[in-house]
Design a protein around this ligand. Structure first.
Ligand code: NAD
Length: 380
């Protein structure tokens, strides 16, 4: 089969779904690789590097879409891109089917198959294809870097000839994949890191990374009315305790990194206006939940603002794209692993096995039908 990658056309998107290294591996599966000229440039991969890896560089996106059997992309397709899908073609990209239903229906009618990278089940066997985790890991790391560039001080404490510098105090709210990456990065820079999550089971992971778990004085220690490892909305009593704790911490914290999300809901507001007002001038908030409304009451999506009392609040939603070389490498590898599962005989022939939990879970249109939502996976 021919696997092709067009240049991403979303504003500011620098990632690319195929790298020269992933193309080399895809060819070992018996596939031919195509790429639109310039598709990898913003991520640091020049056409010549693709050519050297045996990839055919095509002049236009239209050519890639018409010649490829499998189109590998990062962002969900635009309307124009979706119109290029036809029976016999497979699109592999982020798709967010829950908020993209109209397009999913339109695409299903063409007979094309869509494999949504955001729907890969989060089971052990599929970790190598888990693009949500790959991107969350980068976002967590980058959140600390963004915090550092906006914070006018060291992370680590120092004793210098010119005086003693105290270490920065960082609070990470939400210790999922992104939060844990942020904790690891901030502790490695020498900050004092506190972390909070409603799931009590993460306290060990937080502490093993050198951060301090923030316990609440609540009868069930933390409120873990969670399902399948994910958080559920907190009770009003719990939320009141949580906000009271944050309010107490706010004057002493230099950097807040918020990552708290609950599946299929708006982000909970956990850092309120009065908490921002209680922070010291020069403090920084990086809100990784900005896409879903933000964990900080003052966050403006995709913008950096400074509050009246001098607190910088960053609501960027493109942190993985700001590290396009790294995120493209990991994303392209996730796709390559998915293609390996789709090519069991390594003979360039795709076997779209709808009995396979991972393939089934990620497939949102197939054979002229919408196949989302999938049944619950059988294997953990
Ligand atoms: P996420 O991005 O959905 O949420 C981020 C974090 O916010 C979660 O840890 C959640 O508990 C926390 N949160 C929600 N409400 C909060 C609140 N009010 N206050 C503080 N924190 C709050 O999470 P994620 O990074 O996608 O990971 C969620 C789960 O999925 C974890 O259990 C993780 O281990 C699991 N996971 C499994 C796999 C795998 O097995 N392949 C891969 C990735 C993640």
């Amino acid at each position: 089969m021919k696997i092709g990658t067009p240049k991403e056309i979303a504003d500011g998107e620098a990632r690319v779904a195929m790298t020269p290294a992933s193309a080399t591996e895809l060819q070992k599966l018996g596939h031919d690789c195509l790429i639109e000229a310039g598709a990898g440039r913003a991520a640091g991969f020049e056409d010549a590097a693709y050519e050297a890896a045996g990839v055919t560089v095509l002049k236009s996106a239209a050519k890639v879409w018409s010649e490829a059997d499998v189109i590998a992309k990062v962002r969900p397709p635009t309307e124009t891109e979706a119109k290029r899908l036809k029976e016999g073609k497979t699109l592999v990209s982020f798709f967010y089917p829950g908020s993209n239903e109209a397009q999913m229906k339109t695409v299903s009618k063409t007979g094309a198959t869509v494999v949504a990278m955001d729907m890969v089940p989060r089971i052990s066997r599929a970790q190598k294809m888990d693009a949500l985790s790959s991107m969350a890991n980068i976002a967590g790391y980058r959140a600390v870097i963004e915090a550092g560039t906006n914070f006018g001080r060291f992370f680590t404490g120092q004793v210098t000839a010119a005086g003693k510098v105290p270490p920065a105090k960082v609070l990470v709210v939400g210790a999922g994949v992104a939060g844990l990456a942020a904790i690891g990065t901030a502790t490695s820079l020498g900050a004092i890191v506190y972390a909070f999550d409603v799931r009590p089971e993460v306290s060990e992971q937080i502490e093993s990374m050198g951060a301090e778990f923030v316990f609440l004085d609540f009868e069930d220690s933390q409120d873990s009315s969670a399902s399948g490892g994910y958080a559920a909305p907190s009770s009003p009593e719990f939320q009141e305790k949580q906000l009271a704790k944050f309010r107490e911490m706010a004057p002493d914290i230099d950097i807040v990194i918020t990552t708290a999300l609950i599946p299929n809901r708006d982000a909970p507001v956990l850092w309120t206006k009065d908490m921002v007002e209680a922070m010291k001038p020069g403090s920084v908030i990086i809100d990784l939940a900005a896409e879903r409304g933000g964990n900080c009451e003052l966050t403006v999506k995709d913008e950096k603002i400074v509050s009246d009392n001098g607190v910088t609040i960053v609501g960027y939603t493109d942190l993985p794209s700001r590290m396009a070389a790294q995120s493209s490498t990991l994303y392209a590898t996730n796709i390559r692993h998915l293609m390996t599962d789709l090519t069991p005989e390594k003979d360039g022939v795709i076997d779209h096995d709808m009995e396979d939990d991972v393939i089934r879970g990620a497939t949102v249109t197939h054979g002229g039908e919408v196949t989302y939502p999938p049944p619950k996976p059988k294997v953990a």
